[in-house]
Design a binder for this molecule. Structure first.
Ligand code: CTP
Length: 394
């Protein structure tokens, strides 16, 4: 039996939440409901309590409940938090991290996966603000279902209807399905982020890498059971759960950390390693009559070094950030560096620091182009491909 915490928002589609509870109960799940102030104008706590056969929670300020069960506990004892219907307002408050009522406080406090089923007027759904909020939530790992298209209660027609309860129930089942831990027992090494190469004690050379794609890959590998060592350059991202993180600053330190992390079954080198380091001045360089000349020395190529290493991981994957002739350069890089796969991406747009990525997987068998995807989906797909490769007989 799985436990679902169902947050019922304030929209006419709230009546469909009643049917959803019935379907979830039929599937053997326990459902506990939270009704927002808006939701209570459409369905009553009594209806939800009767269908869920449980107490319905409505207010953050119900002190008796805080004594019996704090909102933190309420948010965490479920296996999945579902928001249905998720109104435009609720999605906006979730995206902004607002916690001004019981529902939003639970959503901010939970450590469980969250699934939202939007329902609103077609123009509200297609509004740039709502689309921005949905993209933010998806980037934060919330599963936001696509609304259905059709005639609306308000008389208009278009996308924005709450998906039918059996479709929401099926999505809930997918979210609750146990993840196959295909990489358990495997060690995967990931590098991510930029490197900083000091010029003097206060200045450095760097690049625009945010580390997001590498961190997402480390997280996705851990999600399917891998032991992950993430060697990260200076970034401001939280460590994905289940990942061992080693922080470094320079390319040389990254090379040493990679060496120390061996042996590994696979390595994914996502870091945007600075190609050159500077002969750093021991003291801050002062302004003089002429700008100082920077003497650059080439950094070790960590990826190529790993591909030639006596303890070479079975699968070595590199990334290639290119701004032109993406596929040609990536294919050449694969051969030149002696790696198994290159994940090539075109960084001429807003990839660096952005949430989405369009990548091409370049292997000995050819090139596979993936559609534009959230970085989290690229990560999950790549993790599955790595699991496929490591399952093949060597
Ligand atoms: N890489 C590395 N160590 C370096 C430079 C790059 O491990 N010193 C890795 C990156 O992590 C990435 C891949 O090599 O997986 C591609 O790096 P990139 O900078 O795009 O390739 P380069 O070989 O530097 O080629 P160019 O700069 O000419 O595109």
């Amino acid at each position: 039996m799985k436990r679902v915490l169902l947050i019922v928002g304030g929209g006419i589609a709230a009546y469909k939440a009643c049917e959803l509870i019935r379907l979830l109960r039929k599937r053997g799940h326990a459902v506990r409901c939270v009704l927002t102030e808006g939701g209570s104008h459409f369905v009553t706590p009594m209806t939800l309590a009767a269908l869920s056969e449980d107490k319905v929670y409505t207010s953050l300020w119900d002190l008796k409940d805080e004594a019996e069960m704090g909102h933190i506990q309420l948010s965490r004892e479920a296996d999945l938090v579902v928001v249905a219907p998720a109104t435009a307002d609720l999605l906006a408050r979730m995206a902004a991290g607002v916690a001004d009522d019981l529902a939003t406080t639970l959503l901010l406090a939970t450590d469980k996966p969250v699934l939202a089923a939007p329902a609103m007027n077609v123009r509200m759904w297609s509004h740039a603000a709502t689309q921005r909020n949905v993209a933010t939530l998806r980037g934060d790992g919330v599963t936001v279902l696509e609304p259905d298209e059709g005639a609306m209660a308000c008389g208009e027609y278009g996308a924005g209807r709450l998906p039918e309860p059996d479709a929401v129930a099926a999505a809930i089942d997918r979210a609750l399905a146990p993840v196959e831990r295909r990489l358990s027992g495997k060690h995967v090494l990931v590098t991510a982020g930029p490197t900083h190469e000091p010029i003097d004690p206060v200045r450095y050379l760097a690049n625009r890498s945010s580390g997001r794609q590498g961190f997402a890959i480390a997280g996705a590998l851990a999600d399917i059971g891998a032991r992950v060592t993430l060697v990260s350059g200076p970034v401001t991202l939280p460590t994905p759960s289940g990942v061992t993180r080693v922080d470094v600053e320079t390319a040389k330190q990254m090379a040493e950390a990679v060496e120390r992390a061996l042996p590994a079954d696979a390595a994914v080198m996502v870091a945007a390693v600075a190609d050159w380091r500077v002969d750093a001045a021991p003291q801050k360089v002062k302004k003089g009559s002429a700008p100082p000349a920077l003497v650059l020395t080439e950094n070790p190529d960590i990826l190529a070094g790993l591909a030639r290493h006596p303890s070479r991981p079975r699968l070595v994957v590199g990334f290639a950030a290119e701004t032109e002739q993406v596929l040609e350069y990536a294919a050449a890089k694969r051969v030149r560096k002696g790696v198994d796969w290159i994940v090539a991406n075109d960084v001429s747009g807003d990839v660096m620091g952005g949430d989405a990525n369009t990548v091409h997987l370049v292997t000995a068998n050819g090139i596979e182009s993936w559609e534009r995807l959230p970085k989290s989906t690229v990560a999950a797909r790549l993790a599955e491909r790595i699991a496929d490769a490591l399952e093949e007989p060597s």
